[in-house]
Design a protein around this ligand. Structure first.
Ligand SMILES: *Cc1c(COP(=O)(O)O)cnc(C)c1O
Length: 434
């Protein structure tokens, strides 16, 4: 069958392997459900972004890992070792980055509603750049910076007004959005003027992020055009030379054989050609460019292993294959009807000639990993692998039905190590005091 990615293979025993390691053995050793990640696949994607950004945007370009996609201390260490920046969106992500020793200067702090405490914590940590969403926040950042006697570098989040034709829950760049200030309404220019008037703020540039799981570079070039025009108008109205332009994240990844693979280096090359071109056309000096991929760095590297429990055929309707996890470890089908590829890891080469609904174990009919999925005939005790679960799975995990979160296991050079331990029942009651 089509395993989508090169780090997945079928080994001599006829089992699914990830990074050369047998998934059936991994399931035995670490139990299920478990997230398994190929560390080299993550590092390779980081290098692809770094190399392409430096080659096409210039030596000062910086790709950030959007760490909301998958957050634990080890991933910040990997990002730091590879020379990436990171984007954090909460006090919890900042704390995790700090615990991992990630250089604060290379952190960009996002979010549409940073709390006062988040702002203080981030400043105490020395976070390099705040990506300021709105006027309220701008004034709060100014007052906290003033209280500390520092000048805080910021970018302003700008809404370019683009519809990238993806799921509406993951569109972020249109005018009616909870994120940023829109150019169209004039609010973007107003907040620029307000920021320039603050004595403890250094406005270094602008940020936009148009959405996620985007396969086409066209929406990015449209956004780049709009942002470069905006930079030109800021120069002429305010005399400001924009130092930095952050084009956000959002490049897609294949989840099934029907999704087209993305050539990330080529996509970055295209974006760079377009940004250079628009800068020339609009008479704008090429800013330092920041990219902010999340999903495309980690999604493909990860798989989830489950053990098959009940297999229930409802004649004339469907077959339910139930697994020992579900929406608490992967809520993406429940949220967005996301598609996935599933296979029986102990016989991946058997024909996938069944159509099944893979169901979780929670008391919720919507607790599904997918409907109408092609799968080998499944039996109780089989190991079921769901591919491409590295992004927005562990990061979105909950404890619904009091299920402990699975571990995150990293495989590299023929060895596996636990990056995040499986939660115990004791962990679940740790904060229960009454
Ligand atoms: C989510 C997000 C990203 C990353 O998006 P991906 O689709 O995972 O690449 C980048 N920047 C911002 C501001 C985001 O909210």
């Amino acid at each position: 069958m089509n395993l989508l990615y090169n780090h997945l293979s079928v080994n001599q025993d006829g089992h699914l392997a990830i990074g050369g390691m047998d998934t059936v053995d991994l399931a035995k050793q670490y139990g299920t459900p478990a997230y398994i990640m190929d560390e080299d696949a993550i590092r390779a994607m980081m290098r692809t972004y770094l190399d392409a950004a430096h080659t096409h945007f210039g030596a000062d370009a910086l790709p950030l890992y959007a760490s909301k996609a998958l957050c634990f201390t080890g991933i910040y260490r990997i990002a730091a070792e590879e020379g990436m920046g990171v984007d954090c969106v909460s006090g919890g992500e900042l704390y995790t980055a700090k615990r991992a020793g990630f250089p604060a200067e290379r952190i960009y702090f996002h979010g549409n509603n940073k709390t006062e405490r988040d702002i203080c914590d981030a400043m105490d940590m020395g976070v390099g750049t705040f990506v300021v969403d709105n006027t309220d926040e701008l004034l709060s950042v100014e007052s906290h910076a003033a209280a500390r006697g520092i000048t805080q570098r910021i970018l302003l989040r700008i809404t370019p007004g683009i519809d990238p034709h993806t799921h509406k829950a993951i569109v972020t760049g249109s005018v009616d959005s909870k994120f940023g200030s829109a150019i169209e309404t004039g609010q973007a220019m107003e907040i620029v003027k307000l920021a320039l008037a603050q004595p403890h703020i250094h406005l270094s540039g602008f940020h936009c992020h148009i959405g996620s799981q985007i396969f086409d570079t066209h929406p990015f070039s449209e956004a780049a055009d709009i942002m470069v025009r905006f930079i030109a108008s800021v120069k002429s109205e305010c005399g400001m030379d924009v130092e930095e332009l952050n084009l956000g994240g959002g490049l897609g990844v294949p989840y099934t054989e029907y999704d087209r693979p993305v050539d990330y280096a080529a996509a970055i090359k295209d974006m760079a050609a377009i940004v250079h071109g628009y800068c020339d056309t609009h008479g704008v000096k090429m800013p330092k460019v920041i990219l902010e991929p999340g999903r495309s760095l980690v999604a493909a590297a990860g798989i989830t292993l489950y053990t098959v429990g009940s297999v229930k055929e409802i004649p004339g309707f469907r077959t339910y294959v139930s697994v020992d996890g579900g929406m608490p470890d992967n809520p993406r089908y429940a949220l967005y009807q996301s598609t996935y590829t599933a296979l029986i890891a102990n016989r991946p080469d058997a024909p996938r000639n069944c159509r099944v609904t893979v169901a979780g174990r929670c008391c919720e009919s919507g607790d599904l990993i997918g409907e109408d999925m092609p799968l080998q005939e499944a039996r109780r005790g089989d190991i079921l692998a769901v591919l491409t679960t590295g992004a927005y799975n562990y990061a979105m995990a909950s404890h619904y039905n009091r299920l402990p979160n699975p571990p995150v296991i990293l495989v590299k050079d023929g060895a596996a190590k636990v990056a995040v331990k499986r939660e115990s029942y004791e962990d679940l009651v740790r904060n229960d005091i009454l």
